[in-house]
Write a new protein. Structure first.
Length: 693
């Protein structure tokens, strides 16, 4: 039977004020029961009406805040992909709110634990969360999207709970919640820091992994989504996470900050064929998931299952969900976890496929920021540089190259130069704005740990230290972990500043890991996904105020100088009177191909002519800039290249001596080991040789 065309808002539970209409779809169900729960958690089952196209519907006098679920009666034939089991209470895929946590045990399983070929006879209702009826009403007042151009965007990746959990100015009752993130103390920190967008680790409703609960741990990161329309209730200070989330967005928007969500549409929390039956599996397993051999799942996500975006029903669901977060929750963009999964119409990745076409055709997404994590574990899983022109991508090659350069790795300088100027090797057919540059993210070391540890220290995760990346491209600066050695401490400070300086002066879109600006450490743990404790929370009591000021200065530098945030490639920025860009040795000589290919090359000088800069909303003029970088252990003497004029320069940034900012430089200067110095000169300066020459 052909599918009927229902407006997106009609799926789920729609409350009119006097009654609620429940609508759900299952192409394989014989019939569906709506299950309503009263204040004593007593269940009432009501048979729903089939209205065609696999859609079941029922209108009843259920008020807002009613808790509910579904039971689906249909085929149980795992070999054919069917796993319907009416003993399992199912969440509504379109639920706007989900409450309660899972209780580990065999009742969660759709199959019999001793014989997986047979359906379980255990009732799961006492062990699973409930969907909740909402009204959707909220007074947004004069809320408006900041609408910041991508070229002016500086992303701050953070965890809703971690950022405010220990902040002394945030009331204890709301620490670690949406309200905590929206508190004036946190908002003021973000505004004074200078970032423009807050990218939140998963906030869509997720469940706790059974094995973590059994071991006394919790899923902190949240990449285990089960409710794609619902804010995660555990991040809410009160009983209404939907309203609290909206109030958080409202507060951030009022301060000019955009809100981006890290979303996980590649898989669900139901895991592999031995996982729990919570929603999609019990509704219509063969529609929702990509199936391989009989009763098995294709695991392109690495987590046990993969949503089948090639199915029009699932594709519609994803688009409906994204539209909901844009229109109803007022978010400003998304970072898509394991995004190649979304582009696999069948097996191979297609950047012009159904999902990308659907996003491009949706008017609600105009102006919304779209960022891809460009890898999964499917066929040809790495797809860096292949996403559509409107999309940006996490540039892991930038991360790895920057880390290599600033630890002094041989042969890394040419690659780092390419990454600093926008990664044309990957995004040359698009623009530098396709590259989201970062040196640290939630997945891996913090900035402090990057310069303090050679090895991961993940024993607390309970996996015998085997989890997390083993190739961190880190260097402990001479001592593993904490130290009182003043020389090591100073070297770490310089390297931290240089890594961050390189990030903020690179072409592309910079992303800072939240907490790096105050010196957050995870004690060498590079995968604290299950560390919902002081390992992951920001330690505001030990904030590095000096580094915070330096980070703010770097961000101000980027904002003040459009030459660092160009919208076109450097080779397109022609200047009539002199070269617009140049690479030089510390002695002032222009680098040749032979020089670039020397493995020992660790010190370079970049010149940027500010005469014509394509940035922001048009063509502008900026100061001339010199950037000197030294990834060697000892200091080098830098001579300003005579071809660009040796006079009129002043220090904007010095990562070894931050107090040198504003100092005039004529002719040359000393560049510390692992240091970075940025000089600027007004465009109207007439260069003259120093007196006496």
């Amino acid at each position: 039977m052909p599918a009927i065309d229902l407006p997106a808002a009609e799926f789920g539970a729609v409350n009119s004020g006097t009654d609620t209409t429940f609508t759900v779809r299952s192409d394989v169900a014989d019939h569906v029961d709506l299950c309503l729960f009263d204040s004593e958690d007593r269940e009432t089952r009501i048979g729903m009406t089939s209205i065609g196209g696999g859609v079941f519907q029922l209108t009843t006098e259920a008020p807002a805040s009613t808790r509910y679920g579904y039971r689906v009666h249909g085929p149980w034939v795992p070999a054919d992909g069917h796993r319907c089991n009416p003993n399992k209470l199912l969440l509504d895929p379109y639920a706007r709110m989900i409450t309660g946590e899972i209780q580990p045990g065999p009742a969660l399983l759709g199959h019999d634990k001793t014989d997986p070929t047979k359906p379980s006879r255990l009732d799961s209702a006492p062990s699973v969360p409930r969907s909740v009826v909402t009204t959707g009403g909220f007074d947004w007042q004069d809320d408006a999207r900041p609408g910041r151009p991508l070229s002016e965007t500086i992303i701050y990746e953070t965890h809703v709970k971690g950022i405010s959990r220990t902040h002394p100015a945030v009331p204890e009752s709301i620490r670690g919640t949406y309200a905590g993130l929206g508190h004036p103390a946190i908002v003021e920190h973000l505004v004074s820091l200078g970032v423009t967008a807050v990218q939140l680790m998963p906030t869509q409703a997720f469940i706790q992994d059974q094995h973590l609960l059994e071991d006394g741990r919790r899923n902190y990161w949240g990449y285990n989504t089960i409710g794609f329309f619902s804010p995660h209730a555990d991040r809410s200070a009160g009983p209404d996470p939907v309203t609290e989330f909206k109030e958080m967005v409202q507060s951030l928007h009022a301060a000019g900050l955009e809100v981006l969500l890290d979303v996980v549409y590649n898989h669900t929390a139901e895991g592999n064929h031995l996982g729990p039956t919570l929603c999609f599996r019990g509704l219509d397993n063969r529609t929702w998931y990509r199936l391989g051999p009989p009763d098995r799942y294709l695991n392109w996500s690495g987590t046990g299952n993969t949503l089948d975006i090639s199915d029009f029903q699932v594709l519609r669901f994803v688009i409906d969900s994204l539209r909901y977060w844009v229109e109803e929750m007022h978010v400003d963009g998304f970072r898509f976890d394991l995004a190649p999964v979304l582009g696999r119409a069948h097996y191979d990745f297609d950047p012009h496929g159904g999902f990308f076409g659907a996003v491009a055709a949706e008017p609600a997404f105009d102006g919304i920021k779209l960022i891809a994590e460009p890898w999964d574990v499917g066929p040809g899983g790495y797809q860096g540089g292949r996403f559509p022109g409107r999309w940006s991508e996490w540039n892991d090659a930038y991360r790895d190259t920057a880390r290599d350069f600033w630890r002094g790795a041989e042969g890394s300088t040419p690659a780092y130069a390419t990454k600093l100027t926008g990664s044309a090797d990957r995004f040359g057919a698009r623009s530098p704005l396709a590259s989201v540059n970062y040196v640290t993210s939630h997945d891996g070391f913090t900035l402090v740990d990057l310069v303090s540890f050679n090895d991961r220290h993940n024993v607390a995760n309970g996996e015998d230290g085997r989890d997390g990346h083993h190739d961190n491209r880190s260097w402990n600066s001479g001592v593993e972990g904490q130290t009182d050695d003043e020389d090591v401490i100073r070297l770490r400070q310089i390297r931290r500043r240089s890594l961050l300086a390189g990030l903020l002066l690179s072409q592309g879109v910079p992303m800072i890991l939240g907490g790096d600006e105050i010196g957050r450490t995870q004690g060498g743990n590079n995968n604290p996904y299950n560390q919902d404790n002081e390992t992951s929370w920001y330690d505001w009591g030990s904030a590095d105020d000096e580094f915070l000021r330096f980070t703010s200065d770097l961000i101000r530098m980027r904002k003040d100088h459009p030459t660092f945030r160009r919208t076109a490639w450097l080779h397109e920025h022609a200047s009539a009177d002199q070269d617009h860009v140049g690479w030089f040795s510390p002695s002032g000589e222009e680098l040749t191909p032979a020089t670039w290919n020397q493995p020992q090359l660790r010190s370079v000088v970049l010149y940027l002519d500010g005469g014509i800069v394509h940035a922001g909303r048009g063509v502008v003029e900026d100061d001339d800039v010199l950037v000197a970088m030294n990834a060697g252990t000892g200091p080098v003497a830098v001579e300003i290249p005579s071809v660009v004029g040796i006079g009129g320069w002043s220090v904007l940034i010095d990562t070894a001596e931050p107090d040198r900012a504003g100092t005039e430089v004529i002719g040359g200067f000393a560049l510390s080991g692992f240091g970075c110095v940025v000089l600027t000169r007004p465009r109207n300066h007439k260069s003259e040789p120093p007196s006496g020459n």
